[in-house]
Write a protein that binds this ligand. Structure first.
Ligand code: SF4
Length: 228
């Protein structure tokens, strides 16, 4: 059987070290799923995997040990059950977030609505390089937002946004380039300006932090300030 590993990766199936096995990443933004969703993931892991589910560092559920011959049947099941899968590569990734003020007593901002708005608008959008977004409800920074291309942290007066972070084979700490933002809609507008600017100006494979280094933080700041 001829297998296109790159095409499968775009659908959330990652070839394992064992070349005849695949690991399926489900699409979860904000780290919260319903119990119904979780039950479905358990069913899939039992029926197609090895009865294991791994929780990734970016709050995704990953089901390993899926045999190559079961990929077609599983893709049909996912489509029928309307279960979205993770999309890797040069795209907007799933949003990482803590539960924020809705649940946590330290929370300064609601995170759920923002996660949904960001995910519904940008998840999977094609870009010159990957773009990771994270939200955290307060200064405790459980979601480690400065390690993301765009980070949002709640403070008692509103939202602090960080730009240009990444954490992997290169590490870069995102910088706060704007004053504290008071409104959620302003945060969404700044994200929109940032995504569009990145889309127009980044070279292939160039993360936001590298782009900011290349053009200078003043030029980047000027480009997004109009959103405030
Ligand atoms: S970052 Fe703050 S609000 Fe979010 S979980 Fe941690 S302590 Fe709670």
């Amino acid at each position: 059987m001829e297998i296109d590993a790159a095409a499968l990766k775009r659908k959330g199936f990652f070839q394992q070290a064992q070349k005849d096995k695949y690991s399926l990443r489900l699409c979860i933004s904000g780290g919260t799923v319903s119990t119904g969703y979780l039950k479905k993931a358990i069913e899939i892991a039992d029926a197609y995997g090895a009865g294991q589910i791994h929780v990734t560092t970016r709050q995704q559920l990953e089901i390993p040990y899926i045999a190559a011959e079961n990929l077609d049947a599983l893709q049909t099941l996912l489509s029928d059950a309307n279960i979205r899968t993770f999309i890797g590569g040069p795209r907007v990734r799933t949003v990482v977030a803590c539960l924020g003020a809705a649940v946590c007593k330290f929370g300064q901002i609601e995170t759920g609505e923002l996660v949904k708005a960001i995910h519904d608008t940008y998840f999977g959008r094609e870009l010159p390089a990957k773009l990771k977004i994270a939200l955290t409800g307060c200064k405790n920074n459980c979601a480690k937002v400065e390690a993301n291309d765009i980070g949002i942290r709640g403070v008692n007066q509103g939202y602090v946004m960080y730009f240009g972070g990444c954490f992997g084979h290169e590490t870069r700490v995102g910088k706060p380039l704007l004053p504290v933002l008071k409104e959620k809609d302003t945060v969404l507008r700044v994200i929109d300006y940032t995504v569009r600017f990145f889309e127009r100006n980044a070279a292939k494979g160039e993360r936001l932090g590298k782009l900011i280094d290349r053009i200078g933080s003043d030029a980047f700041k000027k480009a997004i300030e109009a959103a405030v």
